[in-house]
Write a protein that binds this ligand. Structure first.
Ligand SMILES: Cc1cc2nc3c(=O)[nH]c(=O)nc-3n(C[C@H](O)[C@H](O)[C@H](O)COP(=O)(O)O)c2cc1C
Length: 230
């Protein structure tokens, strides 16, 4: 699906990690769909390039394929990995695929992989995943803010922040804080070196701002700090 026509805000609210899949071998058409999702991602830096995402035949939890790319452990590359990977996740979700990031499954040269498959709606694992699904498992927005949101704050800011809040993270750590700079800029920061998670969170903020305003810019400010403006 053309990324300018995708309803990212709904996709972000629906998304949860899929850990139970239907047995399904990828067809040629499926591979084209996955390739289309990869092509829909944009790099975080304007000077950056798309990572070389590849499909591995290995199956985890019954998924159809694992997506991964080679990436060195620098901040720049890990930010790109999370940022591009989560855009691919959302584009796959729009086509009915289920996904789960796996730090525990590292293919050669990659920090983690993304399981992709047709979600199973039956069986105990599917039931548990559905029970754990979404929203309830996230920290409230107030706890993630470094400054209170101004009372007359634009609803766009709140929608962008809520999308960022719902980003997946390893062990659901949610290792980020948000600062409202103005009605068209927020800063997302992470402590320590959770750069991949930060890239994922920035992807949610970017696609939401882009959907609402038609444009979004990400700027690297300093180690672990990204500005999202629109
Ligand atoms: C970078 C990253 C690594 C993850 N690694 C694993 C993993 O190894 N095993 C697993 O079951 N889930 C893994 N997850 C999924 C998270 O546990 C999940 O995203 C989080 O609990 C929030 O749940 P949700 O994705 O359903 O919203 C990972 C998620 C991210 C973003």
């Amino acid at each position: 699906m053309d990324s300018s026509r995708m309803n990212y805000i709904s996709l972000i609210r629906e998304r949860h990690s899929t850990r139970a899949y239907e047995p399904h071998a990828l067809t040629e058409r499926d591979r084209e769909e996955v390739a289309g999702a990869i092509a829909s991602a944009v790099p975080l830096r304007s000077s950056g390039h798309l990572l070389h995402w590849a499909l591995a035949e290995r199956s985890v939890m019954g998924c159809s394929t694992l997506l991964y790319a080679q990436c060195d452990p620098s901040e720049e590359q890990l930010l790109e990995y999370g940022y591009q990977g989560e855009q691919i996740v959302l584009a796959l979700l729009a086509n009915g695929w289920g996904t789960c990031w796996y730090a525990s499954v590292r293919l050669p040269g990659s920090p983690c992989s993304i399981a992709v498959g047709r979600p199973s709606r039956e069986g105990p694992r599917a039931a548990i995943t559905a029970m754990m699904a979404r929203g309830y498992t996230r920290r409230p927005l107030e706890k993630l803010l470094t400054n209170p949101v101004p009372e007359d704050c634009s609803p766009i800011v709140l929608t962008v922040l809520n999308s960022a809040r719902l980003a997946p993270s390893a062990v659901n750590r949610q290792p980020w804080t948000f600062q409202v700079v103005s009605d068209n800029e927020v800063v997302i920061s992470t402590e320590g070196d959770r750069f991949l998670d930060l890239g994922i969170c920035a992807a949610h903020a970017m696609v939401t701002a882009r959907q609402l305003t038609g444009k979004a810019t990400i700027r690297w400010l300093s180690r672990g700090r990204l500005s999202v403006s629109w």
